[in-house]
Design a protein around this ligand. Sequence first.
Ligand code: SF4
Length: 273
Amino acid sequence: MTSARRRTLAVVTRSSPGASETDLGRKRRARRIGRVLAETHPDAHCELDHSSALELAVATILSAQTTDKRVNEVTPKLFVRYPTAAAYAAADRGEMEELIRPTGFYRNKTDSLIKLGQALVERHEGRIPGRMADLVALPGIGRKTANVILGNAFDVPGITVDTHFQRLVHRWRLTSETDPVKIEHAVGALYEKRDWTMLSHRVIFHGRRVCHARKPACGACTLAKLCPSYGTGPTDPTVAVKLLKGPRARDLAVAAGIDPQLVPVQAVTAEVP
Ligand code: SF4
């Protein structure tokens, strides 16, 4: 029997975490998950390129229904063309639509960006405000976007409940809430406030690279022993390693105790969703 196979059997035969768990037990497991994620994804960060709160707000609006990579391809030109809120407010609609077209839904997004620029000029002297209440009152900015902006541009801790975050905290049975705001509060209560922003980045990193929506790489996951949903995806490490994604796929395999040679080149070069 190979060592990879032995490891699989060892993991499969452990008792399932999450079953009849106390609140304290869940909190402790959540903290352990947080620590393992920090070790697994030391490179976790906001994947939208930006150098100011305004650029981050614009990039976050553009990121709806598309990948961060696609957004990062269009923003360098966009940020040069529109360096201030006033520039967005006065933008030529057709020109902006052409610039952001590759991100999809470009008409709606253009509308949001122009209205955002106008609202910032009218209400905030052209600057992005640093308070949740002011941010969510701006066109195109919901609570999720506001938390991204607060956490990454203002150092105000925030939990970003996107599709990956939602899927993973459900798989970990940290909460059964389905409303994003309730998820934010329920998960926030399990962690120190100062850790919220980095936790969000790490959870999203894990969702994009390991715990995929359709085929999670359970057999190559550092959280296998802490996850009640272990087995949702393939548990055979030789199969699971092929599901890892991104330039650090081999490091992720090592972190999970698997021979990095088993990771195919396609996994390393795969586009992270
Ligand atoms: S990949 Fe599998 S074991 Fe890892 S967190 Fe996702 S469901 Fe759990």
